[in-house]
Design a protein around this ligand. Sequence first.
Ligand code: CDT
Length: 307
Amino acid sequence: MTRMITIGAAQLGPINRTDSREMVVQRLISLLRQAHGAGCDLVVFPELALTTFFPRWFVENISETDHYYETEMPSPVTAPLFDEAKRLGIGFCLGYAELTPEGERFNTQILVEKDGTVVAKYRKVHIPGHEHNEPDRAFQHAERYYFTPSEEGFGVWKAFGARVGMMICNDRRWPESYRVMGLQGVEMILCGYNTPIHYIPDPSQDILQGFHNALVMQSGAYQNGTWVVGVAKGGVEEGVDSLGQSMIVAPSGQIVAQSLTTDDELIMAHCDMDWCERYTKTLFDFDRYRRPEVYTRITAQRGVELH
Ligand code: CDT
């Protein structure tokens, strides 16, 4: 018996700061309809899918950026997406900036089931970039100013007949993200991202952005026997060129679908959740082969300790 889920990765092209939420939601609905027409059970949208990637600008008074954040989900503006998904009977995963009633700001992703219920919410754990204005940079990456890192960690939820986990962008570069979910039996990890091609702290990495993107998701998938769905917001957005290369990776580590453009583009794959066991019951049978007693440094210390 196989447990098939047809997954769509709905890559987005650039969103400009003058684009209204209504316009963006219409783009999402159009991709959602394409995914439904192609037989998808679930469609995954990128990180911060409702707005431009605003951490590229530093705004001294952070409350002037409140309009980039969602205070409720769904809201009157995002409700048409929820309504259409429910009408079509397709699930979705959506990244957005969240402002809580307590005034906390998170980089958030939710998972919505086919009946329209929000089954899971994940808040980004690894927040990259910088906290303060760095005026000499060509553009900012002030995520550490705009978002609080989540203390909730990486959950795994039962949804779509599988065990589903989520992570956001920079989380995909850290093996711990995958492993914490792997230890909860994850079968499918959904990850939205915005990755500027120009990495200001070390431009020698620019040419390697696509390689590193594939490297981390393929190895994370293989080493944990899980599907990984990575979905970009790509293209030149407000003058900053961002990586596309959205992909769906099998538990073998093989890429089974990859985007060809840096614009709005749907890719899809028929994903057999039972394929995970070929890895998790053999080479990566954690219970049989892992040695947690010799890994204690992983949680005992943060940075390198020389001795
Ligand atoms: N959005 C996000 O996390 N982007 C980072 C950019 C590199 S750090 C400045 C990433 O890991 O792709």
